[in-house]
Design a protein around this ligand. Structure first.
Ligand code: UD1
Length: 440
């Protein structure tokens, strides 16, 4: 499949934003600890989520999806191991480590290895499991963790506020003996969502979202019902698309308070933004202005995940913009593809300097990774003429039917077979059929 975009149309109208992938993944892993039937609402239909559901099934859970509602019954967990083939489908499956270990007293995962955006080590996760009393061995590409007598609360100070490590510790510590304190914890909204989920299962977690988290271990968790928070990265992506096309859109079902730095950059670029607690309206000028500097940082700083979409947006702004990527070492792969649209960007190590051009032109490009893929779609929407984008499996990891959402906002975007045929029933892509369309 490829995306074919006829660009140059301002985005107009309104859309609902999907549930957050980065919230859904750890929450689904956590259902292992509930020992019964847990219901997760607003669960996006994405290939990363489906890979997570396959892991849960492999571990012995009964999993059912009806639209955006996923039910996981973890009464009978039968395995403590994620095989290599499932680990390779999704690097973030390391998020299962704490849950499997806490549930079974042992866990075996294959080493996740690197991914498209960098090496992605898991040393902070493993050190934390050791601090909680697990024995951790790394052998022949596998990680074996054992805690036959259960886990014990500890004081853990993270050298970097890793999102995944903070989540793994919270999950593993929820049923540990005693109290765990995490210093320099990640403060992302997805951390707070995970804490809300765990607390509604009977956990005792305080301070999530504040950098210092306390987990008072409880003997067991129980099933619950939970609604995943809206995806702030997806919301910001559609805002960037509307901004660069000179459009005006309204986003529903979002939490504007999670989008502080993105809103600040969009306002600096000349957009007008009005919001209440669940909705946001963006009105863009005819042409954006460049912005002084975007530096990616842990939350509440500017998110690394929105660096590529905003870079694409700024390629057509008036003046020069500077981006510094501080979180991942290999997150500029998409820039070579943006240049094909006529963008002028220089990369020097972690810095990208963008000299805005008056016009982008349609191009044939390849998605290098998830957020880089979103950046190419944004460039295609802004460009004059036709853009064809291949490598769409990357976008399926994080964006639910973007062609439907963007078409609902008056864009001309089609997902077609490479030979040009449309696939209206998505016959060749059954994994994308289970949700309700979002562009309503
Ligand atoms: C999560 C998000 C991802 C986002 C990232 C940063 C999910 C599923 N993914 O990824 O979309 O881009 O947060 O906001 O929620 N690091 C180590 N050792 C470790 C762990 C991390 O050195 O043990 C480093 C990483 O290489 C990276 C930095 O810490 O340079 C941030 O990683 P982390 O916050 O852990 O990101 P993820 O949880 O993997």
């Amino acid at each position: 499949m490829i995306y074919e975009i006829n660009g140059g149309r301002p985005l107009r109208g309104e859309c609902r934003v999907q549930g957050s992938k980065n919230s859904a993944l750890p929450i689904l892993a956590c259902t292992l600890l509930c020992g019964g039937e847990t219901v997760i609402r607003n669960c996006p239909v994405l290939s990363d989520v489906e890979a997570t559901l396959r892991i849960l099934r492999h571990l012995g859970c009964r999993v059912k999806r009806e639209g955006h509602i996923v039910t996981v019954d973890s009464t009978a967990v039968t395995s403590d191991e994620i095989p290599d083939v499932l680990m390779r489908e999704m690097r973030s499956s390391v998020i299962f480590l704490g849950a499997i270990l806490a549930r079974n007293g042992s866990a075996t995962l294959s080493t996740p290895g690197g991914c498209e955006i960098g090496l992605r080590p898991i040393d902070l996760h493993l050190d934390a499991m050791r601090r909680l009393g697990a024995q951790v061995r790394e052998e022949f590409g596998r990680i074996v963790c054992e805690a036959p007598n259960g886990l014990t609360g500890a004081n853990i100070s993270l050298s970097f506020p890793s999102v995944g490590a903070t989540e793994n510790i919270m999950i593993a510590a929820a049923c540990a003996k005693g109290v765990t304190r995490i210093a320099n914890a990640a403060r992302e909204p997805e951390i707070s969502d995970l804490a809300d989920f765990l607390n509604s299962c009977g956990a005792r977690i305080a301070g999530a979202g504040e950098g210092s988290v306390t987990v008072e271990g409880v003997p067991r968790l129980h099933p619950t019902e939970h609604t995943v928070i809206p995806d702030r990265i997806v919301a910001a992506t559609y805002m960037a698309a509307a901004a660069v096309t000179g459009g005006a859109i309204r986003l529903r079902s979002i939490i504007p308070a999670h989008l502080g730095p993105e809103i600040a950059v969009l306002e600096e670029a000349g957009c007008r933004i009005e919001s209440d607690c669940r909705n946001l309206r963006l009105t863009a000028p005819k042409r954006l202005s460049g912005v002084k500097m975007i530096r990616t940082m842990p939350y509440p700083g500017f998110p690394t995940d929105i660096q590529a979409p905003f870079a694409a947006m700024l390629t057509a702004a008036e003046g020069t913009s500077v981006i510094i990527e501080t979180i991942f070492e290999n997150r500029y792969k998409y820039i070579g593809e943006l240049v094909r649209f006529g963008a002028r960007i220089r990369v020097d190590g972690r810095m990208a300097v963008i000299d805005g051009v008056e016009k982008l032109y349609g191009a044939n490009v390849v998605m290098p990774d998830l957020r880089g893929g979103a950046a190419l779609m944004i460039a295609g929407l802004a460009a004059e003429g036709t853009t064809r984008i291949s490598g769409v499996r990357h976008i399926d990891r994080g964006y639910e039917t973007p062609e439907q959402v963007l078409s609902g906002l008056s864009a001309d975007v089609k997902r077609i077979e490479e030979d040009g045929k449309t696939d209206p029933e998505q016959q060749s892509e059954p994994h994308r059929r289970q949700g309700e369309p979002l562009a309503r």
